[in-house]
Design a protein around this ligand. Sequence first.
Ligand SMILES: [Zn+2]
Length: 528
Amino acid sequence: MKHKYRDRLLPWLLAAALVCPPVQAQPAGLPGLGDGESISLSAERQLGDRIARELYRDPDYIEDPVLDEYIQLLWAPLVRAAAARGELSAELQERFAWRILLGRDRSVNAFALPGGYLGVHLGLIAVVGSHDELASVLAHELSHVSQRHIARGMSEQSRMTPWLVGAMILGALAASKSPQSAQALIVGGQAAALQSQLSYSRDMEREADRVGYGILVDAGYDPRGFVGMFGKLQQAAGLNDNGAFPYLRSHPLTSERIADMQARQQLNTPAAVPVADMAQALMSGRARVLSQNTPDALKAWTLEAEQPSPQDGPAQRAGKLYAVTLAHLQQRNMLAAEQSLQKLQELVKKSVPTDSKVTQALASPVALSVDRWLRLLSAEVAMKQDRFEAALQQLLPGGAVPDLARPELMAAAQAVQRLPGHALQAEITRQLRQRVFVAPHDAQAWNLLAGLLAAQGQALAGLRAEAEAQVARLDWEGALDRFRAAQDLAKRSRLQAGEHIEASIVDTRLREVQAQLRALQQPSTGPR
Ligand SMILES: [Zn+2]
């Protein structure tokens, strides 16, 4: 059913995520990178920042607190395991960005960028069958970063400038999703000649498999996810070799790699019986609808849920009901959304064991999120109907205000912002401040904080939060603009108690951002 729509919207991609043209001549005035030596961590991070700031501006970049949390839940144990295995030095952990950007694109892709940035397309989340499979892709990508494959690849291209590498990676990424664009035509036309310039070598792929597999096992995932994922990708690519699986272009699979993985798996037979992966099914439903929300696609999700396949287990049926609830919501069919939400709640209640002690002992943090994600979906339904108080009751059951998880905090902030003078405004503001203190790169939290501060008459602090949101998205010009607006406001208004500190923070941050911009405008970033 869903493939019908895929066919019509194809063809997908022409080039791999990390492909780069041969450089015949060194452009004048731009120094080479490292001259054969591996590039430094800070040079790689700077290159990653350049690429990431373009991705943040891409209309396909999506901030979705629920999917972001899901990826983080899978990612955090992998990072801990990698560090414990000695694959991630403290320096690498500190110097790299370690940010995962979600792309709305429905092609099946994940990629590691220079400097510890990673990209995950919603198409990948939509297509995997279990959270172990998704974790296996993340483990593989994490290993490309931890083994510094990008730096090693780049040092072989010693005549290539970081500027050019950044431009080429962006070109290849653009080509990987929109074949109509001019960039795609350029990259596509040269694709044959360009292959392998910056893509990973076969040895690097095997190393990322080996290291990634070890990390996956140590992090507590079912290692069958690794084989399952790559088997699925290969099978799908064989059935459908139209470029919908760019992942395979950038990480070519050989039968040798698959045999290696199967051999590893036999050494490591897991004791656990795989349970139906309800969590992954729900998130797959979310990713499907957020990546394809044309009226035709939304209609297709609705039909799919109305005519369930007899082979569907509870997880698949729940995933379809989740998708159809969201699809109705996007079409503003409120009654239909409420009806499918109710069916979904009943189904989950029936299929998830109710003995919470048993569940807690067996289940991963991911499985334990299922109930929360249903409440978050209920809150989304309420918000779409402007029932903000009802949304808050879903988000804060029992009325108490603990330290909210990020998706709940984001949603509650949106709700209280629409309820002037609400008793919870101060508490939610406090929690958002806490959030940006521990995670200053959380642009969405800064934006929500800005809105709440403005709503509470704290204009100066609100402007600074807006500026910090731009900093978090690496948009230095945008940040400068907001910091200047804050400075102007501080000059022309009589500052309240406490605002003098805020004003001096604004001055300091303005100077820091100006320095950042100057550094960025200098073409040389590589060590000589
Ligand atoms: Zn790879």
